[in-house]
Design a protein around this ligand. Structure first.
Ligand code: GCU
Length: 327
C-alpha cells in the first residue's frame, strides 16, 4: 500500500514536471504595426501553433520594434535571447549569405515564379541553411516588389544620379544602388520616415505599403515602378529554442507557418490594392508607370553572375531559381 502511494505520488510529480516543461511561451519580435498583413498572418500562426500543440507552445508577438530593430532582433534570435523574429531576406543576408539569392534584382519574373521558388525545395534549403549559425527559417511572407520613391519621378537610372537612396543593410542592395548611379545609405526602417523628412536621404525603395502603412507617402510624392526586387519577409527561430521542442511540436510550427504564409498572400494582395488607392487619394502620391525597366535591368543584371561566385551552393540556387522562370 505504502509503495503504491509512493508510486502514484511519483507519477503525479513526474507528470506535473512534464507539463510545466512542455508549456512554453515564445516571444516573436517584428518592426511593423499590428494593422499590416504580416502581423495578422503571424497572429494566425500563433493561434494555430497553440491549437496544433494543444496549448503546449504559445507565441506572444511584440510589434513596432518594441524589442529592437530588425537587425537587433535577429541578433537576439541568433544568440538565443529571443525565440522568434520576422525579418526580411535583405537583412538576413548579413547573417546567412545564401539569402542574397533573393536579393538579386530581376531574378524573379513575376509573382508566380516567386511563390514557385519559395514553396519549393529551394525555399526550404535556404530556410534550413542557417541552422548552425543560430537560427532557422520557419516560413516566408510576401513583401511585394520594391521600387524607388522620392520627391521626383525616377524613370531611368540617369534620374538617380547623385541621389542619396536609403537601402536595407544588405550588401546586395548597396551594390544594386551603386550600379544604378546613386549613393546607397543603409538606415534602419524605423528611422526612415524622419530621414526622408529631414532630407538625410533623397529617396528610398520599397513596396507600396510603406507609403501608407509607414506614412512615407507623406514625404515622398512619386513612386516609380521599376520593380527591381521581390524580397520576401522571413520568420526566423532560434536554433536553441527549436532544438528544445519535440518533433511533433516542430512539425506543428512548420505546418502553422506554411498555412499563415498562404493566408498572408491573400491579405497582402488586398492590402496593396487598398494602400495604392489611399496613397493616391489621401496623400497625393503619383504612381509612375512609364519607367524604362530595361535600362535598370541592363545595369544590374551582371550582379547575378557575381552572386553566383560567392559559393557553389549560391551558384546552384541561382541556377535552379532561373530554371523555374516562366518561359
Ligand atoms: C519591407 C519589409 C520590412 C523591412 C522593410 C525595409 O517593408 O517588410 O521587414 O524592414 O522592407 O525596407 O527595411
Amino acid at each position: 500500500m505504502k509503495n503504491l502511494k509512493k508510486a502514484l505520488l511519483a507519477a503525479a510529480v513526474a507528470s506535473l514536471a512534464f507539463s510545466a516543461q512542455a508549456a512554453v511561451t515564445l516571444k516573436l519580435s517584428h518592426n511593423q504595426s499590428k494593422d499590416i498583413p504580416v502581423h495578422k498572418a503571424m497572429q494566425a500562426f500563433a493561434d494555430k501553433v497553440k491549437e496544433y500543440t494543444n496549448g503546449e507552445v504559445k507565441i506572444r508577438i511584440y510589434p513596432n520594434a518594441q524589442l529592437g530593430t530588425q537587425r537587433e532582433s535577429v541578433e537576439l534570435v541568433q544568440s538565443g535571447g529571443l525565440a522568434l523574429a520576422k525579418s526580411n531576406a535583405a537583412e538576413l543576408e548579413a547573417f546567412e549569405p545564401l539569402y542574397s539569392v533573393f536579393n538579386q534584382p530581376y531574378i524573379f519574373k513575376n509573382q508566380d515564379h516567386f511563390y514557385d521558388v519559395l514553396t519549393s525545395d529551394i525555399g526550404e534549403e535556404i530556410l534550413n541553411a542557417s541552422k548552425d549559425k543560430g537560427f532557422i527559417g520557419i516560413t516566408y511572407y510576401d513583401a511585394g516588389s520594391r521600387s524607388f520613391y522620392a520627391g521626383k519621378a525616377i524613370k531611368t537610372p540617369d534620374d538617380l544620379k547623385g541621389m542619396k537612396i536609403r537601402v536595407q543593410p544588405s550588401p546586395s542592395a548597396v551594390k544594386m544602388v551603386e550600379l544604378l548611379g546613386a549613393n546607397p545609405t543603409p538606415i534602419a526602417f524605423g528611422e526612415l520616415y524622419t530621414a526622408l523628412q529631414q532630407g538625410v536621404v533623397d529617396g528610398a525603395e520599397n513596396n507600396e505599403s510603406a507609403l501608407v502603412d509607414n506614412r512615407h507617402g507623406e514625404v515622398s510624392k512619386f513612386y516609380s515602378y521599376d520593380r527591381h526586387t521581390m524580397i520576401p519577409d522571413v520568420l526566423v527561430m532560434s536554433t536553441k529554442d527549436w532544438d528544445k521542442l519535440t518533433p511533433e511540436q516542430q512539425q506543428a510550427i512548420k505546418k502553422a507557418g506554411r498555412e499563415s504564409m498562404m493566408l498572408q498572400k491573400q491579405l497582402w494582395a488586398d492590402n496593396t490594392e487598398k494602400v495604392i488607392k489611399e496613397a493616391k487619394e489621401k496623400l497625393g502620391v503619383t504612381f509612375v508607370e512609364d519607367v524604362d525597366t530595361a535600362a535598370f535591368a541592363a545595369k544590374v543584371l551582371p550582379m547575378h553572375e557575381e552572386a553566383a561566385k560567392a559559393s557553389p551552393q549560391a551558384a546552384d540556387l541561382i541556377k535552379r531559381i532561373k530554371e523555374k522562370a516562366p518561359k
